[in-house]
Write a protein that binds this ligand. Structure first.
Ligand SMILES: Nc1ncnc2c1ncn2[C@@H]1O[C@H](COP(=O)(O)OP(=O)(O)OP(=O)(O)O)[C@@H](O)[C@H]1O
Length: 309
């Protein structure tokens, strides 16, 4: 479990992470989303002790990262897939990290297999493609068989098979009861992989909930119905707060009632329905709605950074 309390990180006058609180629970995949510059990497770096909070706390399983006696066994992290020593083979790279943490060669071979790197384990890391580098970074994160896994943009550069591999792996790790925190800008992928989301913008938490609730809260949802008895159905569902609109194809869209409520009322009134579907927005729509205020911030922040340097 990861817990952050009033976590702040400032760089001079720039507040990158602005007093955030969150909990990342075990047994599920939590997605960490936000526009460029929102503070995701800074937060992840603080979780694993690479950045020191300006104030507040962040703990993994009840302790700060630095306080764990075997941190690699506690937390596996992929923050920068290019960090590996380019002159070494993938096997030697993993072996050297394993050796300094009391992890045996058997586990190195195991994570190489797990990451699908068997055929290139003896090759120099410098010659690796972006996708192979990502796989090596994920293998490194898994080396200590950690209870908590933190991956920053793990599918970056992976082909569709690789993306599916990461998804299956993450879901499997969560199903084993591990804590999985994952950042990605790919909304469709996040929707398929994560159970919960923490969305941040300008260093603040904008949403922290299950994907379904985030979509329901930030997008338009309703019930699409087709019937030959439109007027009767409209009368049956009519009540304050219920809005019925006629769609271009002649179907009705009803908001303010669930699909079940519409179906029950139609059935009680003997109105035959030819189609009834719950409609909701996509995660991408929800994300864009939640972070709409950040677009302006993004461009002005970029300009600001340039002026400072
Ligand atoms: N070492 C640093 N010195 C100064 N400012 C920094 C430093 N690291 C990050 N920042 C600033 O803090 C803010 C948050 O950056 P961070 O990299 O955490 O965002 P992010 O959400 O990970 O973005 P991205 O999606 O682009 O990776 C940005 O405005 C960034 O410019």
């Amino acid at each position: 479990m990861i817990t952050a309390e009033a976590l702040v990180k400032s760089y001079g006058s720039k507040v990158a992470v602005d007093a955030i609180d969150f909990t990342v629970e075990p047994g599920q995949v939590t997605g960490f989303l936000g526009p460029n510059g929102a503070g995701k990497s800074t937060t992840m770096r603080m979780i694993v002790g690479l950045d020191r909070p300006t104030s507040g706390r962040v703990e993994v399983n009840g302790r700060r990262y630095q306080e764990h006696s075997a941190p690699l066994r506690e937390v596996g992290v992929l923050l920068d897939a290019k960090a590996a020593n380019k002159g070494r083979s993938a096997y030697k790279h993993l072996l050297s990290i394993a050796a300094t943490h009391g992890i045996g060669a058997a586990r190195v071979r195991e994570v190489i297999g797990l990451a699908g790197l068997d055929s290139v384990a003896g090759k120099r890391v410098g010659g690796f493609s972006l996708g192979m580098g990502q796989r090596l970074g994920i293998a490194t994160a898994l080396l200590g068989d950690p209870a908590t896994i933190i991956l920053d943009e793990p599918v970056n550069g992976l082909d569709p098979e690789g993306v599916r591999w990461v998804r299956t792996l993450m879901r499997g790790l969560a199903a084993e009861g591990r804590t999985v925190l994952l950042s990605s800008h790919l909304m469709s992928e996040m929707a398929q992989t994560a159970d919960r989301l923490i969305v941040i913008g300008r260093g603040k938490v904008l949403a922290d909930d299950s994907i379904d609730k985030i979509i329901a809260g930030a997008t338009h949802s309703g019930t699409r119905v087709r019937t030959t008895e439109r007027e009767r159905l409209m009368a049956v569902v009519s009540r304050p707060g219920v809005v019925v609109s006629v769609l271009a194809d002649g179907a009705l869209e009803i908001t303010g009632l669930t699909a079940e409520q519409v179906a029950v009322r139609a059935s009680q009134a003997g109105v035959v329905l030819h189609e009834i579907t719950s409609t909701s927005g996509s995660l991408e729509e929800a994300y864009i709605a939640l972070t709409a205020g950040e677009v302006e911030y993004r461009s002005s922040a970029t300009a600001g950074t340039g002026a400072q340097r």
